[in-house]
Design a protein around this ligand. Structure first.
Ligand code: PMP
Length: 428
């Protein structure tokens, strides 16, 4: 495929935007490519500025559950915009979205809207610290919770892809209270708590990790975490920015039957507009300003357009539980197809799938935590990515990300994808 116009845009972008991109993973450099500049997107397809047509398995990193530009979301938007783009004041739609989230998510009584997943996790941590009066937090190696200072430690996603697990510019002093444990290893958490008695405010986790590639938490691990948190009076925070409303309507909490004290949401609840939210039990959320002393604010928080689209999407998902069945079936179909190809060519790689999320790990060992993904075969991934990309299949340009499916991906498209994957794997 030709990328002349994308390349020209990229050259210009590099002069005005650091690295030519507004978020690192978009650079495609970890797959030895230059970034794709998008012209438009529709259903399961992305069309670039050179007129190339890709089957899109990035889906804006999660929110496009129904595919791009779904009429449910795009119809009559002009009328909504004409009512005003931002008020910086309250509007009824905020209440509708809050109601939908509280109603969907186990154990959440109240919710505060913010503008991104980063803001959601950053604010939830502040509230957990304010509520408990403790400073230390536990996160897990390879989990990504956005780029706020105290969470940018042993991080996944772009931080993992670009090898900056803790970023320059984050003072030691700020991260000294961030303790890092091993995913799916309860003993590492127990040891950490023992070494820091009565000092830990919260544990934040992606209950379905999507930022070191897809790694599911073991149910027993989450249950043990839940128990530990109760015993030690530690707030358990589920970061559901990827899993919320995608894995199940009630997110990973519903999927596992484990209820956290707080939860964070992102892009999905705004159907792709810049939104996030954090919520929790009333006693905890009453700490948030102006009810309580923990300050957190946002000029654009609860933005009317974002609330409107979020309400449309969540209402649809609530009324159509079959969406989840369909996504699970499609995810399982792709997984089985890929596993068959791996078997046929005697390739030892690992295919992980949970609902509409998948990752093919280029390694021969079982993956339970970040330590298991560190030594994946980067060269094999790059060759695989490039073959797919050249043949109109767009996956994340990093081996540490997920493939995202939408209801717009048809069975024929999945079969076509499998035929391209087969050719790509055959060449390895
Ligand atoms: N948490 C998780 C689990 C994420 O995957 C992400 C980003 N994909 C974030 C937080 C940060 O969200 P945002 O990029 O909207 O700040």
């Amino acid at each position: 495929m030709m990328h002349q116009r994308s390349e020209a845009f990229f050259q210009q972008a590099c002069k005005k935007i650091p690295g030519g991109v507004n978020s690192p993973v978009r650079a495609f450099s970890s797959a030895n490519e230059t970034p794709l500049f998008v012209d438009h997107a529709s259903g399961s397809h992305i069309y670039d500025v050179d007129g190339n047509d890709y089957l899109d398995y990035i889906c804006s990193w999660g929110p496009m559950i129904l595919g791009h530009a779904h009429p449910l979301l795009t119809n009559h938007m002009q009328e909504v915009i004409e009512k005003g783009i931002s008020y910086g004041l309250c509007a009824p739609e905020e209440l509708v979205l809050a109601d939908l989230i509280v109603d969907a998510y186990p154990g959440i009584d109240m919710v505060r809207m913010v503008n991104s997943g980063t803001e959601a996790t950053m604010s939830a941590i502040r509230v957990a610290r304010g509520y408990t009066g403790k400073d230390k937090i536990i996160k897990f190696e390879g989990c990504y919770h956005g780029h706020s200072d105290c969470l940018l430690v042993s991080s996944g996603s772009g931080a993992l892809t670009f090898g900056t697990p803790t970023s320059p510019g984050v003072p030691e002093d700020v991260v000294k209270n961030t303790l890092v444990c091993e995913y799916n290893h309860i003993d590492s958490v127990k040891a950490c708590i023992k070494a820091n008695p009565h000092e830990i405010a919260c544990i934040i986790i992606e209950p379905i990790a999507g930022n070191m590639g897809l790694v599911n938490a073991d149910k027993k691990f989450l249950q043990d975490l839940r128990k530990l948190c109760e015993e030690e009076k530690i707030i358990l925070i589920f970061d559901e920015v990827i899993s919320g409303f995608r894995i199940a309507y009630g997110g990973a909490a519903q999927y596992y039957g484990v209820t956290p004290d707080m939860a964070c949401f992102g892009k999905i609840i705004g159907a792709g507009l810049p939104v996030g939210a954090y919520g929790g039990k009333k006693a905890i959320m009453d700490m948030v300003s102006p009810s309580g002393p923990v300050y957190q604010a946002g000029t654009l928080s609860g933005n009317p357009l974002a609330m409107h689209l979020g309400v449309r999407l969540l209402t649809y998902l609530k009324q159509h539980p079959q969406v989840y069945e369909e996504l699970n079936q499609k995810g399982a179909y792709l997984k089985e197809g890929i596993q068959d190809i791996l078997n046929e060519y005697n390739l030892p790689y690992q295919i992980h799938q949970c609902g509409s999320l998948l990752t093919l790990f280029f390694t021969d060992h079982t993956i339970k935590s970040y330590r298991d993904v560190k030594d994946i075969d980067q060269k094999a991934f790059v060759s695989y990515f490039q073959y797919l990309y050249d043949h109109g299949i767009l996956i994340a340009p990093s081996p540490y990300e997920c493939m995202f499916l939408s209801t717009a991906h048809t069975m024929e498209e999945l079969d076509h994808t499998l035929s391209i994957i087969k050719e790509a794997l055959k060449r390895l």
